[in-house]
Design a protein around this ligand. Structure first.
Ligand code: PEP
Length: 251
């Protein structure tokens, strides 16, 4: 039985001071849950303050980063390494978010190296895949997403794969207020699971968690989470509003 996993993605928002206020506010209302894992993926500059605040108020929310480079150290000005994140006791790291792909030109090959580097140091990657509007409208979304998946997980060790979270995020639904219908999102997540089964066997396909992301809000979370192949959500905008994020967690 897969446990629902709700992860927030704050993107490039919230100074560390704003982040601490947010977590304190969330902490007053947040009840630890057994049936749902919760994480917030924050800017690098917020990680340490957030970790301390979460520890002080003793709530079960994991912290993730939103990106990292794949090398351990070296002349890569401006980059942050897996080792640096691990030293901050970060649990999760988003890799291959569509904003990284579209704005910073990240290709599947790079995403693949990042997934391997995350596993190499004991971070759990949340790997994003998804099609843009023109691919969706051309009717080739499934083929595109499955190829993206195959390229991004190429050569990953079987022992690691079930601790990968895959976030299916149709780009046309991110930050737009448009959500894939729960049925369409479920079909894609089912196709992703089938491909995992073909590559790694049915046991792993049944264990791996597949999130949906793209304008998840309190008013659509219940329907999305009820779908058989959707095991949680990657939440952007709504994860920065305490009441909305809580409502999604308590979908
Ligand atoms: C995201 O940032 O991954 C995302 C899904 O954003 P939003 O929920 O705002 O569409």
């Amino acid at each position: 039985m897969r446990k629902i996993f709700i992860a927030g993605n704050w993107k490039m928002n919230m100074t560390h001071l704003e982040a601490v206020d947010f977590i304190k506010d969330l902490g007053y209302k947040f009840k630890n849950k057994n049936d749902c894992d919760v994480a917030i993926c924050v800017p690098f500059t917020d990680i340490e303050s957030i970790k301390k605040t979460i520890k002080n108020i003793n709530i079960d929310i994991k912290v993730g980063a939103q990106n990292m480079f794949y090398e351990e150290a070296g002349a890569f000005t401006g980059e942050v390494s897996p080792k640096m994140l691990k030293a901050l006791s970060v649990d999760y790291v988003i890799v291959g978010h569509s904003e990284r792909r579209e704005i910073f030109g990240e290709k599947n090959e790079v995403v693949n190296k990042k997934v391997k580097a995350a596993f190499g140091i004991g971070l759990k990657p949340i790997m994003c895949i998804g099609e843009n509007l023109s691919i969706r409208e051309s009717g080739n979304a499934e083929e595109f997403v499955i190829e993206q998946l195959a390229e991004c997980i190429r050569g990953i060790d079987k022992k690691n794969i079930s601790s990968l979270t895959i976030a299916y995020e149709p780009i046309w639904a991110i930050g737009t207020g448009k959500t894939a219908t729960p049925e369409d999102a479920n079909v894609m997540c089912g196709a992703i699971r089938k491909k995992i089964g073909d590559l790694f066997g049915n046991k792993i396909a049944e264990e791996i968690r597949i999130q949906y992301g793209g304008s998840v809000k309190p008013n659509n979370a219940t329907e999305l989470m009820a779908m058989t192949d959707i095991d949680g959500a990657l939440v952007g905008g709504a994860s920065m509003k305490v009441d909305d994020f809580l409502a999604i967690i308590n979908y």
